[in-house]
Design a protein around this ligand. Structure first.
Ligand code: ADP
Ligand code: MG
Length: 349
């Protein structure tokens, strides 16, 4: 970026903050930082531009925002007009055609549902809603009978995907697709890939805590991404993780919950019991190549809990960090061998 460009960008009010990097004086690299809101949360994109490829910061912002808006427009369950909302309202058992993008996410969600034997379950939505985390629901637990009724009618195996036709079919009209635990990760992947295609291999993309990085940061070293300490009072860091060409996602019980009769009701539901998680696992961080996968697998491991989840992660070569709540308020760290490799700078397999 040339000098006059730098000043022009600084003159643009708030949202876009741009800082010229002084880390590599030889080449003219610059760091762009874009911030905004999407999918009910915040996004941050940092781009290290090594040379002037003719793209202005407003064009970069447009590139980033168009990907985010595309995913939100298709997969939001808060937008009545989204493709997902239309599918969820479709109470028929005949095939429903969806876009390539939505199909890609549904297919990955379905694959992870099967892989984790339903700990991740793409059809959990009506239960999430019943427990008070829906679009319009009261934060109050459902009756046991309601939980049983829903549990007996839901299940990812009742949602059939046709890969050739890109259609989805409900065996049970009540079924809905819940992409909340995977769509943010997919949005991160789309932004990352759009940046790579546009000639920007060095970036950090974050949507609501789900991150993907490309290349190195403005100092020429791996990006360092912080894992939050799962403490709902004040944000602080448990550790930082070096990431190059990898994605990291965290699922926790500490951000979205309510208290009911002295108990914490979390927004992550164990589809096998139909009830919110009650174990001591406070958060799970997963590092993989794709943010969509990291996002969903983090939720799956959180559901599986500290013992079963850890065993699953080790057996399947998943790089995972689990933070287990101790009685004294502190956290024990459980790291899989693949996560140790990531910490030592070897990256993901
Ligand atoms: P966060 O990263 O914000 O903690 P997650 O990525 O874990 O959130 O996703 C939580 C959301 O996923 C819930 O609000 C709900 O819509 C959905 N969800 C809850 N339980 C499950 C589950 N067992 N499998 C798949 N999705 C779930
Ligand atoms: Mg998730």
């Amino acid at each position: 970026m040339s000098f006059p460009d730098y000043f022009r960008v600084l003159a643009v009010p708030i949202v876009v903050t741009v800082a010229a990097s002084c880390a590599s004086p030889k080449n003219d690299s610059a760091m762009y930082e874009l911030r905004g809101s999407t999918m009910g949360t915040r996004f941050v994109v940092k781009i290290v531009a090594d040379d002037d490829n003719g793209m202005s910061e407003s064009a970069l912002r447009e590139l980033v925002e168009s990907e985010l808006m595309l995913v939100d427009g298709l997969m939001s369950q808060y937008r009545p007009g989204s493709e997902l909302s239309q599918f969820n309202r479709y109470n028929e058992t005949t095939p429903f055609a969806v876009s390539d993008e939505t199909f890609e996410v549904l297919a990955e969600a379905h694959r992870i549902s099967a892989w984790t034997d339903g700990a991740f379950d793409i059809t959990v939505g009506p239960l999430v809603e019943a427990w008070g985390f829906g679009v319009a629901s009261e934060m109050e637990p459902p009756s046991d009978a309601e939980v049983e009724e829903l549990r007996s009618r839901l299940g990812f195996a009742r949602l059939r995907l046709n890969v050739e036709a890109h259609t989805v079919q409900k065996d049970e009209p009540l079924l809905e697709g819940d992409l909340s635990a995977i769509a943010k990760g997919y949005a991160v992947d789309r932004v990352a890939e759009a940046l790579e295609l546009a000639g920007f291999p060095r970036y950090m993309v974050e949507v609501g805590g789900e991150v993907r990085t490309g290349g190195s940061n403005d100092a020429g070293t791996p990006w360092r991404i912080a894992v939050q300490r799962p403490d709902s009072h004040e944000p602080s860091f448990q550790m930082t993780v070096p990431l190059t060409n990898a994605a990291m996602a965290t699922s926790g019980d500490y951000r979205n919950f309510y208290e009911w009769e002295g108990r914490r009701v979390s927004h992550t539901i164990d589809p096998r019991t139909g009830r919110p998680l009650e174990h001591t696992l406070a958060s799970v961080t997963v590092v993989t190549r794709w943010c969509m996968t990291a996002d969903a697998v983090a939720t799956a491991l959180l559901v599986l809990g500290p013992e079963e989840g850890y065993r699953f992660a080790v057996a399947n070569d998943v790089a995972a960090l689990m933070l287990v709540r101790r009685a004294d308020g502190g956290f024990d760290e459980l790291l899989t061998p693949d996560f140790e490799r990531v910490l030592s700078g070897e990256g993901v397999r």
